[in-house]
Design a protein around this ligand. Structure first.
Ligand SMILES: [Zn+2]
Length: 249
């Protein structure tokens, strides 16, 4: 297949040195999904590409691609950078984890669909200072569908009831209403934590307003999401261990 030179829009979320002066970077793109690019000479201070290959650079990247394997980064335009992320360990740890998680949900060059915006809106919100814990839980819950294990959150898995008191059942793959607490094994969450998980899992992220959620409640829903991931996706990401160190849990 001939290689095409094309412009892709998105965000550079990971990079590593390759050989002496080259860089490999991963882009989260609207057009092609996740793409690994090589920036030849990108490690050299005077490289034309040096500015484009900083972590969390957003913009338009001109790449030479065969729609498989490693593409080549050639040019860039309209970049925006977030220098504050280099010194803000908290934001950095959350964002690195979220993109690492998303990186595992898709193959390279697989279309991202709605998830393209999910991650970019999450990125903008965290950069802007909105509660990174809540944003992270939204992305975690909504990415479960991309991993092929979408939970049923809108209604009781057993009877379809939408309102009432709920708990979460990993075995049943979603929420169960209090009429069916005896029918399945469940996490024994507080009704508030289950309600929070339902909201975060179903809410379009762009519609998230300013919300105040207590620390204890956030920790409870975080523990539940950790359990759901361990039981259904089972990744062991160093970026999550790092995030846990940073947030002290
Ligand atoms: Zn029910």
């Amino acid at each position: 297949m001939a290689a095409d030179l094309l412009d892709v829009h998105g965000l550079l979320f990971k990079r590593q040195q390759y050989k002496e002066a080259d860089l490999l970077a991963k882009l989260w793109t609207k057009e092609l999904g996740i793409v690994t690019v090589i920036a030849k000479g990108g490690m050299r201070p005077k490289s034309q590409l040096a500015a484009a290959v900083l972590p969390f650079t957003e913009g338009t990247f001109g790449i030479l691609t065969r729609y498989k394997g490693i593409s080549q980064l050639r040019t860039y335009k309209k970049l925006s950078q977030h220098d504050e992320l280099f010194t803000d360990l908290d934001k950095n740890a959350y964002l690195s984890y979220l993109f690492d998680l998303a990186d595992h949900a898709f193959s390279e060059y697989q279309k991202l669909g709605e998830y393209y915006d999910l991650l970019l809106v999450a990125f903008d919100r965290i950069v802007a200072g909105q509660d990174p814990e809540i944003i992270t839980q939204i992305v975690q819950l909504q990415l479960l569908a991309a991993f092929g294990v979408a939970p049923q959150l809108g209604a009781c898995v057993i009877c379809g009831k939408e309102k009432g008191i709920f708990d979460y059942s990993i075995a049943a793959g979603g929420v169960v209403c209090s009429d069916h607490f005896r029918s399945v094994s469940r996490l024994h969450l507080s009704p508030k934590a289950t309600a929070l998980i339902r909201t975060l899992g179903l809410l379009p992220i762009s519609r998230l307003g300013e919300i105040q959620i207590g620390e204890d409640l956030k920790k409870e829903s975080r523990r539940a999401i950790t359990q759901i991931y361990q039981a259904t996706v089972d990744l062991n990401l160093p970026s999550l261990r790092f995030l846990n160190e940073v947030r002290g849990s």
